[in-house]
Design a protein around this ligand. Sequence first.
Ligand code: NAI
Ligand code: MG
Length: 501
Amino acid sequence: MQAVTESLIAPAVGEFISRRKQMLIDGEWVDAASGETFSTVDPATEESLAEVPAGDAEDVDRAVRAARRAFESGPWPRMTASERGRAIWKLADLIEENLEEFAQLETLDNGKPLTVARAADIPLVVDHFRYYAGWATKVEGETIPVSVPGMFTYTTREPVGVVGQIIPWNFPLLMAAWKLGVALACGNTVVLKPAEQTPLSALRLGELIDAAGFPPGVVNIVTGYGETAGAALTKHPDVDKVAFTGSTEVGKLIMATAADSLKRVSLELGGKSPNIVFADADLDLAAEGAAAAIYFNHGQCCCAGSRLFIEDKVFDKVLPKIVDYSEQIQLGPGLDPETTMGPLVSSEQFERVNGFLDAGKAEGANIATGGGRPDSLTKGYFVAPTVFTGVKPEMKVVREEIFGPVVCAVPFKDPEEVVAAGNDTAYGLAAAVWTKDIQKAHRAARMLKAGTVWINCYNQFDAAAPFGGYKQSGFGREMGKAALELYTQLKTTWVNLGEAG
Ligand code: NAI
Ligand code: MG
C-alpha cells in the first residue's frame, strides 16, 4: 500500500518535502535561533515526513519585532486599500495554481483523503482569500449626527496592529486562511503559528506570500510547539491581538495570559453539537446528513454533530441507516483514491479517541458499530466510524468533545425536551435540525444556543457566512463582514467646524 501511495505524490510535493524547512521572519527564511527542530509525521504511516524548526520565545520575539516594524514604518501602511486587496487576490491565484500540491501536503501531514483536500480544503482557501481581497476597499466608517453645535463627527476603522494567530491541525491551511485573509484586508501585520502536527502547508504558503509581493514582516510564520512558541506569542507585550482556534482548555489559558497586557482575544474552541432528527424529516437525507455531520474530517471538526438526537418513533429506522453508512466508509491512507476516511492526525489524538471509546464501554454504553482500529490495519492512527447507543446524559462520551469519528445516538420524545437536551452542554458552536415542518424547524433554531444552526443540512460553510461560538465554544465571529470587528478598532474623530449651529 505504501509503495502504491508514494508513487502518487507529485514531484513538486516530494521536492518541497525534502527541501530544508525554515521559518519566515521579516521576509527571510531562517532556522530557529536555538537550532532545534521537530518531526512532522504522516499519520497513515506513523513515519516522519520532515524536520521543521522548533521556534520558541526568541524566534517569536524576532517575528513580533518584524511585524511591528512592518506595521509602523514599512511599505504596508502606505499601500492603498486597492493594492492590499490585489496582493490578497494574487495570493489566492497562486494557491489555486498550486492546488494539487497543497492538497497533497494536507493529506500527507494531516491524513485527510486527497479527494477531500482537493475538493474542499484548498478551493475554500482560494475562495476565502478572494472574498477578503474584496473587503480591503470596503473597511468603512460612518458620519455621526452629533447634537453638539458646530461639530462634525466621523468614525474610521483602523487595523488593530500586530496580530498573533494560533492555528489548529484539523484544516491546517483553511484555518490559517480564515485568520489571515481578514487580518490582511484590514491592514494588520501577522505572526502565524501553525499547529506542530501540521506545519507544512503554512510553510509552503509562506513561499507564495513572498511571491505575491507582501512586504517583509507583514506575514511571519513561526513553527513550534504550543507550550513554547504559542505561549510566547500569547504573552508577548507587543502583540495587540491574539486569535486562536483549538481546545477550550488552551483557549482559557490564552485568555488568562492575554489579560496581562490586555490583548484583544478571539477564540474558536470546542463543541459537542446536537443534531436533531424529527420523525417528519426526509429520513434518508437526515441519516446521510447525520453520518456526514460526524464523520467529515474523521470527526476532527469543532462543529461535528457528535450528539445525534433521533425522535423515538423513527429511532429504529434511522439508526440502521447510519450504521450502514458507517460500515461503508473505506478507511485507508488519504492518498489512496478508494479511501473515504483517513487516519486521525497524531498518536496523541489516536490515544485520546481510544480513551473515550474505553470510557464509553466502561460506563455501560453499547457500540452499534466500530469501536477502535480495525484488525486489518496494523499501522496508522485509524479509528473505525463508531456509533454509541444506550448512553446517559452524564456519561463522558456525551459531555466531552471527542474529536474523532464517534457519535452518540439518543432517542427523544418531544421537541421541547430535545432542545433542552441539545442545550445541555458547556459548548455552543453549532446545531442542526432535520424536519419538513417549517415552524418546528425555525422554533428549534431560535431556541438552540449555538453560533450556527443548520436546517436540513450540515457542515455548510461560506466565506461570507459568519462562524463562531456561544458559551465555552468561544467568542468572536470569523468569516463574513462580522470578522472585520475582530481585526479593526473604531476611532471617533471630532472636528470643530468653527460655526455655531
Ligand atoms: P491545542 O488547543 O493544544 O492546539 C491548538 C493550537 O494551539 C496548536 O497550534 C498548538 O500548538 C497551540 N497551543 C497549544 N498549547 C498552547 C499554549 N499553551 N499557548 C498557546 N498556544 C498553544 O489542541 P490539541 O492538543 O492539538 O488537541 C486537543 C483537543 O483540542 C482535541 O481533541 C479537540 O477536542 C480540541 N481541538 C479543537 C479544535 C477546533 O477546531 N476547535 C482544533 C484542534 C483541537
Ligand atoms: Mg495540546
